[in-house]
Design a protein. Structure first.
Length: 86
């Protein structure tokens, strides 16, 4: 397949099944290490949840951005903008 050229018919007769993946032997961890890891993960999860609620949403909040958002949400256009379009 590596030598195939554009428009050429591919010969799948050369295809073979891939070798099954080798099993990886996992090392046994002491219960104390597993418990410490779970505790650390839980602490990080709690810190993440607190950070989301404490920090306000970030993003561009300049006057032009806010004006565009108001217009997209359907706020009425100012009078001068309506007369300029007519």
């Amino acid at each position: 397949m590596i030598d195939a050229k554009p428009g050429e018919i591919l010969d799948f007769g050369k295809a073979r099944m891939p070798e099954p993946p080798k099993k990886i032997q996992m090392k046994k961890l002491p219960k104390k290490k597993v418990e410490e890891a779970k505790k650390a993960i839980n602490e990080l999860t709690e810190r993440y949840k607190k950070a989301i609620t404490l920090r306000p949403a970030q993003g561009p909040m300049g006057p032009l951005y806010l004006k565009a958002v108001r217009r997209l949400e359907g706020e009425a256009l100012p009078e001068d903008a309506k007369t300029a379009k007519s």
